[in-house]
Design a protein around this ligand. Sequence first.
Ligand SMILES: Cc1ncc(COP(=O)(O)O)c(C=O)c1O
Length: 393
Amino acid sequence: MTAPAPRPSLRPASPNFSSGPCAKRPGWSLDQLKDAALGRSHRSKIGKTKLADVLQRSRKLLNLPADYRIGIVPASDTGAVEMALWSLLGSRPVELLAWESFGQDWVTDVVKQLKLPDAKVTTAGYGKLPDLAKVDFTRDVVFLWNGTTSGVRVPDGSWIPDDREGLTICDATSAAFAMDLPWHKLDVVTWSWQKVLGGEGAHGMLVLSPRAVARLESTTPAWPLPKIFRMTKGGKIDEAIFKGDTINTPSMLAVEDAIDGLKWAESVGGVAGLIKRSEANLSAIARWVAQTDWVDFLAEEPKTRSCTSICLKIVDPWFIALSEDAQAEAAKKLASLLEGEKVAFDIAAYRSAPAGLRIWGGATVENADIAALLPWLDWAYAQVKQQDSAQAA
Ligand SMILES: Cc1ncc(COP(=O)(O)O)c(C=O)c1O
């Protein structure tokens, strides 16, 4: 039995719990962007200074090794990942790890588009991780630090050897600024602005280790590379990209907003402060899950539970007995009831993930808003269940 849940009186101050674009930082307003270099060339002195500011602040906050490159690239996280796959893969076999839908997307790219003959695909179902101890690091390895659509993250980098032969290519878009990334274990890291720091979509961030740069300079892909993927000039890394000379035109409004997000990150104690905020959000949800009988984490292993894309499954016998379509329908109703009440926007599970809820717990989400949301989840769930039982009677 699900306990009757009273209608809560307190609403979250912000109902924005989407997993991307994610909530703006506390206190954000459009006024903060008044110094944007609007109407100016991104190659002007002021434009380049702002782009370099994004790179420098990101580098410092993330504590990147001095010999790693960081650049702003086109087409958000997808652009950054695809640029890496198309530019770096092919000279040695590759292993792709996939445990949810974005990891599957990179499998599709490598197997069906690049058609690499020696691609090993290692998968696990929603809620699980593949056996990381079996990953073959004589190959290049492509993986996500955090599976945004299943809420399953790798617990740490201990499974990645320091003396690996292949490159590690890590899509960290829902992990950067929220989880500790062991840079010396990672050769390529990507993310976008609209996740943990609550920036705007369209721009990707790409970090390259010296080994990744050496690969770029020593091999030439067997396929044509469009301009927006090209990172070398005359066989050498194009250093300008990593100094703020972007390949094509960025939005200077989005750049200003990214700087605002980075300054806010500095003000809350840097990455340690951001991680603390995100982990506190996960803890609040974990405490509620522990005392709530209708819900559980989709991630089976506690140490793999994401502190950003917090994915929940419904474990109530009434729900489990429903057909897959009816489950999807009920979960959708739950999310739209909460949306209608303006207490939570965009928290339905990802379209190809098991029916349930996905609540963003990244640093821009206030812990008080998570606390205010939880009683509403109980209330809405009881409503949906009651309506279904009334219809069935
Ligand atoms: C792990 C992961 N990879 C890729 C993407 C796609 O990112 P973008 O829309 O920034 O290209 C997302 C978006 O949520 C993601 O979570």
